[in-house]
Design a protein around this ligand. Structure first.
Ligand SMILES: CC(C)(COP(=O)(O)OP(=O)(O)OC[C@H]1O[C@@H](n2cnc3c(N)ncnc32)[C@H](O)[C@@H]1OP(=O)(O)O)[C@@H](O)C(=O)NCCC(=O)NCCS
Length: 185
């Protein structure tokens, strides 16, 4: 496995190198929790969708247009979820940051760790200077992750997210290099 960055609990690796056999059960066990916020995760989700997403992630990584990272447990090697750096605007050195974590491992601070690692990678290796995290205001867990990672709430933007065909306002957070805790802190 190509490890891009890690700490003592999580490893991040390009999602385009993940195995569908690892991704599929992580998504399937999480349909109730993730599907509420991310429409790609639905009750008929099939392993073929894992395969096509992995292939798309590999193409995007190659094209340097999006950097989807699989989150693995550093202790068991299990695939836990993903954190993605996408919607890049190179001219302004900014991108969107999104994430999901399998239900059985939620609530242990693992996504926050992965977000901090991915943000450091984006700032240090991809030369970005701003990441945006966009969450529906009622998505408390997602907002807590943004806050715990050090992101700043900038506004609640009108009609910022379309979910299940309907436009919703969204809380917009920004993360810049100065927000990250010093390495090893
Ligand atoms: C958002 C998500 C990635 C969080 O993963 P996680 O590994 O549980 O995150 P962490 O453990 O790092 O932090 C979660 C925080 O949210 C809190 N939280 C979780 N559910 C909550 C709820 N229903 N109400 C209030 N707080 C909640 C936890 O207590 C924790 O905060 P704390 O450390 O202050 O106690 C996961 O819930 C998920 O995959 N959700 C569905 C997909 C999604 O919404 N992605 C984001 C789209 S913007």
């Amino acid at each position: 496995m190509l490890v891009i960055t890690s700490d003592d609990l999580v490893l991040l690796s390009p999602f385009g190198e993940a195995n569908a056999e690892d991704v599929y059960p992580a998504v399937r066990e999480s349909v109730a929790d993730i599907g509420r916020w991310l429409p790609w995760c639905h009750r008929d989700y099939a392993i073929e969708e894992s395969r096509s997403w992995i292939a798309e992630c590999a193409r995007n990584w190659q094209a340097r247009s999006a950097y989807q990272l699989a989150i693995y447990s550093a202790t068991s090697g299990m695939l836990l979820g993903a954190v993605g750096i996408n919607h890049l605007v190179r001219a302004n050195r900014l991108a969107n940051l999104g994430y999901w974590l399998r239900s059985s491992h939620a609530g242990r601070g693992l996504t926050t760790r992965a977000v901090c690692l991915a943000a450091r990678y984006a700032f240090e290796e991809l030369d970005l200077t701003r990441l945006e995290i966009v969450a529906v205001p009622t998505n408390t867990a997602s907002r807590r992750v943004a806050e715990k990672a050090g992101a700043h709430l900038e506004c609640v933007a009108r009609n910022r997210i379309v979910m299940h065909g309907q436009a919703y306002p969204a809380a917009v957070y920004s993360l810049i290099p100065a927000d990250l805790a010093p390495r090893g802190a």
